[in-house]
Design a protein around this ligand. Structure first.
Ligand code: NAD
Length: 258
C-alpha cells in the first residue's frame, strides 16, 4: 500500500467542533474526503446542517450535524454520546471552536476575559477529556486541538490578551494530556495557524482594516487559506502519525520566525 492509501481514514469516525464554517468546515470536509464519517458540531445548527448536507453530497460519506455549545459540559457529553450512537464509534476529533475578543487589557471586563477563556480553553478541556475517556475505554484515538500562532507570539497591532492566553493554554493542555495518555493509545496534538481568511478575520469590522498591516508583516505577504491546514489534520487523525503526540504544528507562512 502506498503512502497516500496509508493516510486514508476509511472506516474511521470523528467529529469537528466549530465546523459549520471556516477552518472546522474545511478540516471536516478533508476528513470525509479521506473516507471518514463525520459529525459537524456547532452552536449554529442551521449552518451546521447546511455544511453537513454539502459534505455528504460531495463525498458520499455519512455526515451528521449536532447542535452543541462546547462550553457546556452536559451538551459536550450528549454530543459525544450522539456521535458514538449515530456513527458507530469515535476514532478522532478536532476541537476547533473558538472566538477572539479584541479589547485593550485595561478596558477588558472580567466577563469578556472569562468568556474568551471559556470558549477557547475550557471547552477544549471538556471536549478532549470527554472524547478521550471514550477513546481510552475503546481502543484509543487521536485528538487534534486548534491553538494559534497567538500562543507563540503576541499579535500586533490589535489587543487580544485573553485570546493569546487561551491559546497558550491549549498547547500546554495538549502536551499534558499527551503525556498522561501516551501509553494508553490516545494521542493529542495541536495546530497553530497564522492569520487565516475566514469569517473570524474577514467579517469582523474591527479586524478588516488591519489585514493590510498583517500582510505587510507576513513573510509571504498574505493570509493563509483554511485549505492549507487540511492535510496536517488528516495526517494527525490517521494511522501514519502513530508516533506523533504532544506536538504543536505551526502553519503560519513563517510569521512566528522573527
Ligand atoms: P469562524 O468564526 O469562522 O468559525 C468558528 C465556528 O465556531 C463558528 O461556526 C461558530 O458558530 C463556532 N462556535 C463559536 N463558539 C462556539 C461554541 N461555544 N460552541 C460551539 N460552536 C461555537 O472561526 P475560524 O477562523 O474558522 O476559527 C476556528 C478556530 O481556529 C478557532 O479556534 C480560532 O481561534 C482558530 N484560529 C483561527 C485563525 C484565523 O486567522 N482565522 C488563526 C489561528 C487560529
Amino acid at each position: 500500500m502506498g503512502i497516500v492509501e496509508k493516510m486514508r481514514l476509511d472506516g474511521k469516525k470523528g467529529f469537528v467542533t466549530g465546523a459549520a464554517r471556516g477552518i472546522g468546515k474545511c478540516t471536516a470536509t478533508a476528513f470525509a474526503e479521506a473516507g471518514a464519517d463525520i459529525a459537524i458540531v456547532d452552536m449554529d445548527i442551521t449552518e451546521a446542517e447546511k455544511t453537513a448536507k454539502e459534505i455528504a453530497e460531495s463525498t458520499g460519506r455519512k455526515v451528521i450535524a449536532i447542535k452543541c455549545d462546547v462550553t457546556d459540559e452536559a451538551q459536550v457529553q450528549a454530543m459525544v454520546d450522539k456521535v458514538v450512537a449515530e456513527l458507530g464509534g469515535l476514532d478522532f476529533c478536532h476541537a476547533n471552536a473558538g472566538i477572539c475578543i479584541n479589547e485593550a487589557a485595561e478596558k477588558m471586563t472580567y466577563a469578556q476575559w472569562k468568556k474568551n477563556i471559556d470558549v477557547n480553553l475550557n471547552s477544549v478541556f471538556l471536549t478532549d477529556t470527554i472524547a478521550g475517556k471514550y477513546m481510552l475505554e475503546h481502543g484509543g484515538g487521536s485528538i487534534i486541538n486548534t491553538a494559534s500562532m497567538s500562543a507563540h507570539i503576541v499579535n500586533v497591532p490589535q489587543p487580544q490578551c485573553a485570546y493569546n492566553a487561551s491559546k497558550a493554554g491549549v498547547i500546554q493542555l495538549t502536551k499534558s494530556l499527551a503525556i498522561e495518555w501516551a501509553k494508553r493509545g490516545v494521542r493529542v496534538n495541536s495546530i497553530s495557524p497564522g492569520y487565516i481568511g475566514t469569517d473570524l478575520t474577514l467579517s469582523s469590522e474591527f479586524l478588516k482594516p488591519l489585514i493590510a498591516k498583517w500582510n505587510e508583516l507576513a513573510p509571504m505577504g498574505r493570509l493563509g487559506k483554511p485549505e492549507e491546514l487540511e492535510s496536517i489534520c488528516v495526517y494527525l487523525a490517521g494511522d501514519t502519525s502513530t508516533f506523533t503526540t504532544g506536538s504543536d504544528f505551526i502553519l503560519d507562512g513563517a510569521f512566528t520566525c522573527f
